[in-house]
Design a protein around this ligand. Structure first.
Ligand SMILES: Nc1ncnc2c1ncn2[C@@H]1O[C@H](COP(=O)(O)OP(=O)(O)OP(=O)(O)O)[C@@H](O)[C@H]1O
Ligand code: SF4
Ligand SMILES: [Mg+2]
Length: 356
C-alpha cells in the first residue's frame, strides 16, 4: 500500500527527496526449495525531503527501521520499492557509473567508532581510503596533506596521522569517522546514532563538532538517534518512526512542544526532566505491550495495539501522514503531518509557562 504523503513536510527545493520507500526482507522456509512465507517489513512506506543545509532528525524505538532507511540513502541496501532522488535524479535507478559520482556526495557516519574503523590501518589510511575510489578528489601526491587538513578540521592533531585506532579514545575515534565521512567533500551526511556509543560528557563535543562542520561546509544532515534531547538540539525538523513508517514529522518546536500523535507524546513523556518542579508537571504516558513484529504489522493504524486512544476505526483504516483536518485551516503549531485519525495536541514536555 502506498502511504499518502504529508503536504506540509515536502519541500520543493529539496536536495534529497525520498518517496514511498520500502525495504522488505523475505522470510523463507525449507532447506532445498526455499519458499517465501512472509517478509520483515523493516521500512514500509517512508517519504521525506531534506533541504540544503538542513538537519532532519529521525527518532523511534529500536527496530523501527531507522538504520535501514540510512543504509538505503547511502546505497548500502537496495530498496524493495520507492525512490530516492538526489537533486531530482532517482539514485535507485542510476547506472553504476552515474551512481559512483552521486555517492561521493552522500556519506555516512556510523554509530560505533570501536568497530567501524579497521584496527590494522593507520588513521591516515582510514581517512584517505575513499580517495582510492575517487582519486579525482585528491590526486596521490596531495593525499597526506588533505588527510592532515581533515584531522585538523575535526579537532585532532595532524601529527597523529600514523597512529592506529586503538591509540584513541571513543570520542577521538568518532572524530576520525567524521573526518573519513568528510574526505570526499559530500553535501549530505547520514549520521546513524553518531554519539550513542560515547560517554555523555563526550556526546556534546561531537554534536558541537557536527554543527560547526555543517556551517563551515554547508552540509545537510540526516541525524538518527534514540536520544530525543540530542535530536532536538541538532535538528531543524524531526520525523518520528514507528514500525517502518514516519508517524509524525515537523519542525523541532512543532514536534516537541505541540505533538499530535499519541506515539510521539508517549516517547516525549519518557524523556528525563532534570528540574524537579518541571517534573512534577509532567504527565508520564506508559505504553503497554511490546512493539509488534515487523513481519506481522497490525491492520489499520500500526500503533493501535499500544495506543490508549485506539477505536474501532483505527483497526480498519490506515491513517495518512498529513495535516489533520482540524488543524488545516489554523495557524497552530499543531498544523504539521501526523498519521492519526484522532490527532490532538498535547503538551508533554513542560514549558516555562506550565511552571508559572
Ligand atoms: N538483513 C536483515 N534481514 C532481516 N531483517 C532485518 C535485516 N536488517 C534489519 N532487519 C530487521 O528490520 C527491522 C528494522 O531494523 P533497523 O536496524 O533498521 O532498526 P533501527 O531502528 O535502526 O533499530 P536500532 O535503534 O536498534 O538501531 C528490525 O526488526 C530488524 O530486525
Ligand atoms: S489512529 Fe487510532 S490507534 Fe493510531 S495513533 Fe491515532 S488514535 Fe491511536
Ligand atoms: Mg539502528
Amino acid at each position: 500500500m502506498v502511504e499518502a504523503r504529508g503536504e506540509a513536510s515536502l519541500q520543493p527545493e529539496a536536495i534529497l527527496q525520498v518517496r514511498d520507500l520500502y525495504k522488505h526482507y523475505p522470510l523463507t522456509q525449507g532447506i532445498l526449495f526455499k519458499k517465501q512465507v512472509g517478509a520483515v517489513k523493516a521500512v514500509d512506506g517512508v517519504s521525506f525531503d531534506l533541504a540544503p543545509g538542513e538537519t532532519l532528525g529521525i527518532v523511534g524505538e529500536s527496530g523501527c527501521g531507522k538504520s535501514t532507511v540510512a543504509k538505503m540513502l547511502v546505497n548500502l541496501e537496495r530498496p524493495t520499492a520507492g525512490t530516492i532522488s538526489y537533486k531530482g535524479e532517482d539514485i535507485t535507478k542510476m547506472s553504476p557509473k552515474a551512481l559512483r559520482a552521486v555517492r561521493r556526495n552522500i556519506q555516512m557516519v556510523f554509530q560505533d567508532p570501536y568497530t567501524s574503523l579497521n584496527p590494522r590501518m593507520t588513521v591516515g589510511d582510514i581517512i584517505g581510503e575513499p580517495y582510492e575510489i575517487h582519486p579525482e578528489v585528491a590526486p596521490k601526491g596531495s593525499r597526506r596533506r588533505k588527510v592532515q587538513d581533515l584531522l585538523d578540521v575535526v579537532g585532532l592533531n595532524p601529527e597523529y596521522i600514523n597512529r592506529y585506532p586503538h591509540q584513541f579514545s571513543g570520542g577521538q575515534r568518532q572524530r576520525i569517522g567524521i573526518a573519513r565521512g568528510l574526505a570526499l567533500q559530500p553535501e549530505i551526511i547520514v549520521a546513524d546514532e553518531p554519539v550513542s556509543a560515547l560517554d555523555v560528557s563526550v556526546q556534546a563535543q561531537v554534536v558541537n563538532l557536527l554543527e560547526n562542520l555543517q556551517r563551515e561546509f554547508s552540509l545537510s544532515y540526516v541525524f538518527i538517534a534514540h536520544d530525543l534531547s540530542i535530536v532536538r538540539h541538532i535538528s531543524d525538523r524531526v520525523g518520528v518512526m514507528y514500525l517502518g513508517r514516519i508517524v509524525e514529522i515537523g519542525t523541532d518546536a512543532e514536534i516537541y512542544d505541540h505533538p499530535t500523535h499519541p506515539y510521539t507524546q508517549a516517547l516525549l513523556s519518557a524523556v528525563p526532566v532534570p528540574d524537579p518542579e518541571a517534573r512534577a508537571h509532567r504527565e508520564r504516558i506508559v505504553l503497554t505491550g511490546d512493539v509488534p513484529s515487523p513481519a506481522d504489522i497490525p491492520s489499520g493504524c500500526r500503533f493501535r495495539t499500544r495506543c490508549w486512544k485506539a477505536q474501532e476505526r483505527c483497526a480498519r483504516e490506515v491513517p495518512a501522514l498529513a495535516v489533520p483536518a482540524e488543524f488545516r485551516l489554523t495557524d497552530s503549531p499543531a498544523k504539521h503531518d501526523s498519521a492519526c485519525h484522532f490527532a490532538e495536541e498535547k503538551h508533554v514536555v513542560p514549558t516555562e509557562d506550565d511552571r508559572e
